[in-house]
Design a protein around this ligand. Structure first.
Ligand code: THG
Length: 367
């Protein structure tokens, strides 16, 4: 593939300097910002992530901040997930849907207080939707993108690395909870969350000015842990069934199709946008759904467009993410499959650009 030309529109991050110094080899574009995809090689990065600890520049997970009296009301309008019992130390993975129940984003919502929220977005322009609603409904709320950039700490030695920089209290943070920790006199929210299944944290770095200081402090503290710069790893995230908005689902899919029905409290939440549409799907059930699919044979190429899934030449779905898994010795993939054919064990044909390949629906994701 040809190179992508840099420009002001393609935003750098507070950590880009560090990422470059560590020899980043490839980027993708996410929320109009640079997101590293490879350091050493996809395989080497994967093996290191599963054994050690990595620091990830995921600043492209931009925050949409909702602040002032109607912030909580607006936040609940955005999602079918019930936020009623959410504490001021919690993060929730929340589907955000439009008036048709179509997925607009699948962010992590961080509740700072009743009237202040951060919505840590996937790759779509959610800011405009939220600003439009706030304005159209004349709500008493400010919606903007603050200078807050997540820095991921992922891998089995994450606790050990962060304890050295922030103290042992870091170890007590539970999954999808966060605490406030001091760095250079600034209070940073640190959550036990992140886009891998290897364990870890996300530091919400408040202020670009301290980005490189924190980056350097982490690498200084973790030398003997073999800490490295890393990034979301395609093979690992498919093994773990972590969804990628724009790849595995779009606004053409509802949350039930995405397997996110467990995050939809359509009966309990009285007032969210898309409720009528989702009540219908909740009652009838989705007609297609995301499934783990093993693709047999040698490594498949990059999945940069949907690959049709067929049975006896009839299209029954599509694969949207796929990669060779070094640990499971098969191609792991995520696909959307019609109800009639989504049962575990179903044999499928996947029409890859290299030709048709045999595959099968799996009982569950690999990790
Ligand atoms: N962290 C933060 N912001 C993000 C992401 C993140 N924004 C972009 C993107 N990732 C949003 N998408 C996801 C997808 C999956 C998860 C989080 C964000 C995730 N899922 C877990 C799972 O499916 O196993 C846990 C879900 C749960 O049980 O609540 O973590 O990663 N800040």
């Amino acid at each position: 593939m040809a190179l992508i030309s840099p420009s002001r529109r393609l935003r750098r991050t507070p950590f880009s300097e560090g990422v470059e110094a560590q020899g980043v080899k490839a980027y993708t574009v996410y929320n109009r910002m640079l997101l590293p995809t490879v350091f050493e090689s996809p395989e080497a990065d994967y093996l290191h992530l599963k054994k050690h600890v990595q620091v990830w520049d995921v600043a492209c997970e931009r925050q949409v901040e909702l602040i002032r009296p109607d912030a909580g009301k607006l936040m609940q309008l955005l999602t079918p997930r019930d936020l009623g019992k959410m504490g001021e130390d919690q993060c929730y993975y929340v589907p955000v849907v439009d008036e048709n129940g179509g997925m607009l984003n699948d962010p992590v919502a961080v509740k700072i207080s009743d009237d202040r929220w951060w919505v840590s977005i996937a790759d779509s322009d959610l800011l405009f939707w939220v600003k439009g609603l706030a304005s159209g409904l004349r709500l008493n709320v400010t919606v903007h993108e603050p200078d807050v950039s997540p820095l991921g700490i992922q891998g089995p030695r994450s606790d050990d690395l962060l304890a050295r920089v922030f103290g042992d209290e870091i170890r007590a943070i539970r999954f999808f909870r966060y605490g406030w920790f001091d760095f250079q006199g600034r209070k940073l929210a640190i959550a036990r969350s992140g886009y891998s299944k290897q364990g870890g944290f996300e530091i919400y770095v408040d202020g670009s000015d301290i980005g490189m200081d924190l980056w350097n402090a982490l690498f200084d503290a973790g030398q003997d842990l073999d800490v490295r710069a890393g990034c979301p790893n395609l093979m690992e995230r498919i093994e773990g069934g972590l969804l990628s908005y724009g790849n595995d689902m779009t606004d053409q899919n509802n949350p039930f199709e995405c397997g996110l029905g467990k995050f939809c409290n359509v009966d309990r939440v009285a007032d969210f946008i898309g409720r009528d549409a989702l009540l219908k799907v909740a009652k009838e059930g989705p007609s297609q759904q995301i499934r783990p699919i093993a693709i047999h044979g040698e490594a498949v190429p990059a999945c940069d467009r949907p690959w049709p899934i067929t049975i006896d030449s009839e299209i029954v779905g599509q694969v949207t993410s796929a990669a060779w898994s070094p640990d499971f010795h098969t191609n792991v993939s995520i696909g959307m499959v019609d109800k009639a054919h989504w049962a575990a064990g179903t044999k499928l044909t996947i029409e890859t650009p290299d030709g048709p390949r045999d595959g099968s629906v799996q009982e569950r994701f690999w990790i």
